[in-house]
Design a protein around this ligand. Structure first.
Ligand SMILES: *Cc1c(COP(=O)(O)O)cnc(C)c1O
Length: 368
């Protein structure tokens, strides 16, 4: 029997399902004749911030820019330190550097793989201006402890929620716990545009005002810059597409959770692997296992037509551009994870049969 390959994700099925409403959104934008920061962006900002349980949303050009702008609005600048994790997408650390500050990498908790609050507390110095935890793979970081730490030290808490649309912590949406919550709308994220985009959500009117200025040349009034700002605006077209897709976010995240639960069930007791934390509120952007002989497993799955990825193969503090911030060997959990993690295929439209086949192949590798 010919076996069709199982892709890591499939954005075309989503586009097919939504072709009608996406086309209508595109036509609406053409009719309006507004292309950057207009009524579609405003409507998306209202809708998305309300989903996060806060009153302000600021649409920007990307997730990286959401982080950069949030940090800058919180007063992070040259000479400051921002505590973050190395077990993340490079963009997290890049945003700190864009704000002119120095990333201080701390280790992650061995069960949730998100920022270890004790390690973060130890890393605070007089120069620390903000904590930047990452809800990696959609798993909420320990926001109670991190928020308490930020308050105690009088520093900002900025959440990297780029992989966590639809996640919650203690029943409250992530993004609403920090001074600012930063999202990416890169096409593969839980809520993705048909191009680049991002948003910062906040309950602070004054932070929102600063961020609106920063995304457009520092303008508070048109053509007059009251602060140094640049250009990181969100397109009307992307906002219109995102409004269509946002209506599905809840059901997509529910589907991701159901698929993750199925993975858990079918892989439980499988030798050679460890399953990810089953945190309440997890949005399962990715389903990531720890695997013995990871690279061999990956090759085996590839030969059997199962596409997998590694998020991420090299921790940020070991990448050439960031190596001066930390020694190799200094973040034990992070470095071990990088050798063992493997992301299995997961997307809302994934057929149940494909998931079952992935699990059978993983078992075949270890059980022989
Ligand atoms: C995708 C991502 C970003 C960056 O978002 P872009 O829209 O690609 O700039 C930042 N942090 C994390 C954890 C991400 O996954």
């Amino acid at each position: 029997m010919a076996r069709s390959p199982i892709p890591f994700f499939d954005l075309r099925s989503q586009a097919r399902d939504l072709k009608g409403p996406l086309t209508a959104a595109w036509e609406r934008v053409l009719r309006n004749g507004r292309y950057v920061l207009g009524p579609e962006v405003e409507a998306l900002e209202k809708d998305f911030s309300a989903r996060c349980g806060v009153s302000h949303g600021v649409g920007v050009g990307s997730g990286t820019e959401a982080l950069h702008i949030a940090l800058a609005a919180c007063g992070v600048g040259p000479g400051d330190e921002v505590i973050t994790v190395s077990h993340t997408a490079t963009a997290t650390a890049a945003a700190i550097r864009l704000a002119g500050a120095v990333p201080v990498f701390v280790d992650v908790d061995p069960s949730t793989w998100t920022m270890d609050p004790l390690a973060a507390a130890k890393a605070v110095t007089r120069k620390t201006k903000a904590l930047l935890p990452v809800h990696l793979y959609g798993c909420p970081a320990d926001l109670s402890s991190l928020r308490a730490l930020a308050r105690r030290k009088g520093i900002a808490l900025v959440e990297d929620a780029a992989q966590a649309h639809g996640a919650s912590y203690k029943g409250r949406p992530i993004g609403a716990w920090g001074d600012a919550g930063c999202f990416s709308f890169y096409p593969t994220k839980n809520l993705g545009a048909l191009g680049d985009g991002g948003m910062v959500v906040t309950s602070s009117a004054s932070l929102a005002k600063k961020m609106r200025a920063l995304r457009e040349y520092g303008w508070e009034e048109r053509y007059v810059s009251s602060a140094f700002g640049w250009n990181s605006r969100l397109d009307e077209l992307q906002a219109a597409f995102l409004r269509v897709k946002a209506l599905r976010l809840k059901s997509w995240v529910a589907r991701r959770r159901a698929l993750a639960a199925r993975y858990r069930k079918l892989l439980s007791g499988c030798p050679g692997i460890a399953l990810p934390a089953d945190a309440p509120g997890h949005a399962h952007h990715l389903f990531v296992i720890r695997a013995e002989k990871r690279d061999a497993l990956r090759k085996f799955l590839d030969r059997r037509g199962v596409q997998t990825l590694v998020h991420y193969p090299v921790p940020v503090h070991l990448q050439p551009a960031y190596a001066r911030h930390r020694r190799a060997g200094s973040l034990a959990v992070t470095e071990r994870l990088a050798r063992e993690i493997l992301s299995l295929p997961l997307y809302p439209e994934m057929p149940a049969g494909s998931l079952e086949r992935v699990c059978r192949e993983v078992r075949a590798f270890y059980e022989g």
